[in-house]
Design a binder for this molecule. Sequence first.
Ligand code: NAI
Ligand code: MG
Length: 399
Amino acid sequence: MRKRTIVILPGDGIGKTVLNETLRVLEKAGFNAEYVEGDIGWEFWKKEGNPLPDRTIKLLEKHGIGLFGAITSKPKDEAAEELSPRLRDKEYVYSSPIVGLRQHFNLDICIRPCRTYKGNPLNFIRKGPGGKIEEPVIDVVIFRQNTEGLYGGVEWSNPPEIVHEALKSHPKFMKNFSRVPREELSVSTRIFTKNATERILRHAFEYAKKYGYKSVTVCEKPNVIRETSGMMYKMAKEMWQREYPDIELWNTNIDAQMMWLTKNPEDYGVIVAGNMFGDIVSDGFAGLIGGLGFACSANIGEKVAVFEPTHGSAPKYADFNTPIVNPIAMIESACMMLDHLEEHKIAGKIRQAIAEVIEEGKVRTYDMLKLSGKPDVIDKGAASTCQMTDAILKKLQTP
Ligand code: NAI
Ligand code: MG
């Protein structure tokens, strides 16, 4: 196995904690890598007025793979107040470094798997016929377009005259909004490009083919949002007919999908959606498999890929003497990195170790015990972050 260089981006709060634990797991599992640390997050905003320093961008440019913990973001006023005094009133503007990374490297493919671990007390259960309790096994992988759509940032309040004029060229705008004063209008655009839509669809179909999923579901709203959602579904149909006839193509509306989420989540395989609907549907499925302590993700571009848990820096828990948060979401994100690097065997070994620990049920972090996150959870029988990692390491040891 060749030695890899991985840029680790611990960031803030519990991001640092869970990333450290993950490195222990990677080492034990036999992943041959050297780690270089990239500066990112609140500390660098305060000291340098930039939470994503250029040197960090350069490191990722050079090595191509990032393993990211989490960062802290705060509202505009607080951000300004916490800047080092010598930087204040110098027009530094805070913006989220993870969003910055996604944009800078065009990490347009976001993958969020949601899989049930047997024995996880947080698994979704429902009542079936005759009141029988059912625990469906969920194995869903969401492909979310990561750079365009409603999160693309092309928006205005009190839009400039030229934008207003352009809007007025649309008959529906004329009918419904033309009498509203310009300063009372807020507009957020939802732009889809053919190129990015093609890429996210392609990745979704290829993934389904590679890993044997029987269906790809386009989860949008083409009957109402006819241009963007409509384009995505039309392109999916063409791609499917042309190249993936052995996979089933399904089409669901985001609202109905959220309702079906609890009715038949086990029926879905690969799901593909635009930026916002992908965000919504992936949080929905994550809730069925244990929530933030289990939700992992990958952000993939043509040259750079960054892997991260979906949770944030959970500042409330960051300074506990004994960290209590669940490291599994971060460890799973590292498994996604291993798959991306074609180190499937090591990824499989780690996932198997996690599965065994969860199924055995002896070691559970506070979230798995449904406790409120306070330092006393350890006395109440919860495993610490470190103990959970130790349990996984122990499983990796035994052949
Ligand atoms: P959060 O994800 O940090 O925490 C929300 C709650 O989820 C926590 O209070 C905790 O109860 C639970 N939680 C999170 N991670 C967990 C884990 N590994 N194990 C067990 N429980 C866990 O979201 P919140 O509180 O909205 O944001 C806190 C900070 O994180 C903010 O500054 C926010 O901007 C930032 N953030 C950063 C993200 C990133 O780096 N990608 C994503 C989301 C939020
Ligand atoms: Mg989200």
